[in-house]
Design a protein around this ligand. Structure first.
Ligand SMILES: [Zn+2]
Length: 275
């Protein structure tokens, strides 16, 4: 879930692991930030659970590897206490060191646990933020929020990170908020217009067959070929496929429902006329 005002700047990131949910946020100082919520499995230090823990770390590593140049923020229940000498804790620490990610401490002398099981008096510090150093603000630790209304056995943690929200650009909003409604498009017309547009494009045969030994002299030609192709697609769609505003369209609405709606309106009119 993301705040509605940020949705045009956010994209879901594939994690391949139900324990990790990630989104990317674009438009901040030309850098993307990848936010990930992580719920690590509880580990009794059995080999099976250590393997599962390390596998989840592998998926976190994959997110980092696929987004070189981005900043990262991982937050959640990591199910280890920092500086506690266990294989899982060590593996998480290694992940941070290898990727130059800072493991932020949570709490202070007064508050030093996030998990509480009051029936057996078990208290431990398991929830943390891990983030790229660029996102760190001047404040030291993440604070632990003690709130009587929180029904969870975990307390929330909070930290003010160093980034501002992306600018609200009206142009990006208008282009992102409108999508082509292919279901209602005139596909025959689209085919016709597209093939006519495409036949006007000159195919850069030499550039397409180039083996790369040309010192980049084909770059401009390929770029122009790409631009022509994409503008052909766009122009053909514009004159044959209607657009709809994202968020307004009801994906479950069908023509049969349109008919039923009109019948209902007519019936209501008859009922009203009859007093
Ligand atoms: Zn070339």
């Amino acid at each position: 879930m993301v705040r509605k005002s940020l949705d045009i700047h956010c994209n879901q990131v594939l994690t391949n692991n139900p324990r990790i949910t990630s989104v990317s946020l674009t438009g901040i100082n030309n850098t993307d930030i990848i936010f990930s919520s992580v719920y690590m499995q509880w580990s009794d230090r059995s080999p099976e659970q250590v393997i599962e823990y390390e596998a989840t770390l592998g998926h976190m590593q994959s997110i980092v590897d696929r987004h070189i140049g981005c900043s990262f923020l991982f937050g959640g229940d990591f199910n280890v206490t920092r500086n506690f000498k266990s294989t899982c804790c060590q593996a998480l620490d290694n992940f941070c060191t290898a990727n130059r990610i800072t493991w932020l401490n949570s709490g202070d002398d007064n508050n030093s646990y996030t998990y509480h099981c009051d029936t057996n008096s078990h208290y431990s510090l398991l929830d943390y933020f891990l983030c790229s150093p660029a996102l760190l603000s001047q404040y030291g630790n993440a604070s632990i929020l003690i709130d009587g209304d929180n029904p969870s056995d975990h307390l929330a943690i909070s930290y003010v990170f160093n980034f501002s929200r992306p600018p609200n650009s009206s142009s990006s909003r208008s282009t992102t908020m409108v999508k082509l409604n292919w279901g209602k498009g005139d596909l025959d017309r689209y085919r016709l217009v597209l093939s006519s547009h495409l036949s006007d494009i000159k195919i850069p045969v030499c550039a397409l067959n180039c083996n790369g030994d040309c010192d980049g002299k084909h770059c401009a030609e390929l770029q122009s070929y790409f631009t022509s192709l994409s503008s052909c697609l766009q122009q053909s769609a514009e004159c044959s496929v209607p657009v709809y505003k994202v968020g307004v369209q009801k994906h479950w609405w069908t023509p049969e429902l349109d008919e039923l709606k009109h019948l209902c309106i007519d019936a209501t009119a008859v009922w009203k006329a009859a007093g």
